[in-house]
Design a protein around this ligand. Structure first.
Ligand SMILES: [Zn+2]
Length: 318
């Protein structure tokens, strides 16, 4: 698949021209907005320096420790939360993002928006219009996997019925509670017409990916890279048109994948799985979309033409 930007995109990759690469339309469908912002913008607005993590982390706890040290309390109030939303649009604009899927954790509604869903929606829509109206915002509802189901269900009452929400995602510690616990929430989300996503197969197995897709009726999986270890699961993903929103640098920095050259995206894409390339946590991993494309090209994980095909796939309306 090619589009009007394909020739320029392929040329920019081959010439290692980051400025030209940034100009070309792309999507970011796996971006945790509190960590998705522009480092320069945050520094300019607050004086706070947030260095990216240089070493490879080996547990989610180490990532949480990084988060506590550099983000944590400093950004834990209404004003700073809005600043992080703004910073994410500034970053996305700078990187030529045209489709951005981000959203707020359900617990954030009480914490940062006075329990008023319209304040929450407005924070994202206002930043979108003010900073980057050219970006299509796909607003997501976020669930932390360690939270008790009763608590999440109660928080979600405020979110249901608002047509602006595009998708729902489950993230945090993949091993904290069984995926079965989330079936009622995902049934409700499906009845609301939301696109169903969850983080699976980053720390878990190929079997966990298949099980989550079947039980929650997922449309998309965040990560899902463990699927590569099972031919049966790869077939299953292809036959059911399940999209994997993959984040290569994050996988390396969290020790999920040893080398970029052999990242599972290579085999998954070439097998025919619907994959996209995304940032995950830009502030921690130094992973904006143009950098991800360039790194995959430089490591010879995929060809420029293949990366272009994945770029166009990410822009597709589903
Ligand atoms: Zn993620």
């Amino acid at each position: 698949m090619k589009d009007i930007s394909s020739d320029k995109f392929i040329e920019a990759l081959k010439n290692h021209d980051m400025d030209k690469l940034r100009d070309i339309p792309k999507s970011d469908l796996h971006n945790h907005f509190t960590l998705g912002g522009s480092r320069d913008y945050i520094k300019l607005q607050t004086g706070i320096d947030i260095p990216f993590c240089k070493e490879v982390l080996s547990t989610m706890q180490e990532m949480h420790n990084w988060n506590d040290k550099y983000i944590g309390e400093k950004f834990n109030n209404k004003e700073m939360r809005k600043l992080l939303v703004d910073a994410t649009f500034v970053q996305a604009k700078h990187d030529g993002i045209k489709v951005l899927e981000i959203g707020e954790d359900v617990w954030g509604l009480g914490e940062f928006y006075h329990d008023k869903i319209e304040y929450l929606i407005n924070a994202f829509q206002d930043a979108n219009q003010r900073i980057a109206p050219e970006i299509e915002l796909r607003l997501q509802i976020g669930l932390s996997r360690h939270c008790p189901i009763d608590y999440l269900t109660k928080c979600l009452e405020h979110f249901w019925g608002n047509e602006i929400f595009y998708s729902i995602d489950l993230y945090g510690d993949e091993l904290s509670q069984p995926i079965e616990n989330f079936i009622p929430i995902y049934k409700k989300a499906k009845s609301q017409g939301l696109r169903l996503k969850a983080h699976v197969g980053e720390w878990g197995t190929a079997y966990d990916v298949k099980k989550a897709v079947e039980l929650l009726e997922l449309d998309e999986v965040q990560h899902g890279i463990a699927a590569v270890t099972s031919e049966e699961v790869v077939e299953f993903l292809i036959n059911n048109h399940i999209r994997l929103n993959i984040t290569p640098t994050s996988n390396i920095k969290l020790g999920r994948v040893e080398r970029l050259a052999t990242h599972p995206i290579k085999e998954l894409y070439r097998s025919g799985v619907d994959v996209t390339i995304n940032s995950d946590d830009i502030l921690i991993f130094d992973s904006d979309i143009s950098k991800e494309y360039m790194r995959l090209y430089n490591a010879d994980t995929l060809t420029a033409e293949e990366i272009d095909d994945i770029r166009i796939n990410g822009l597709r309306r589903l």
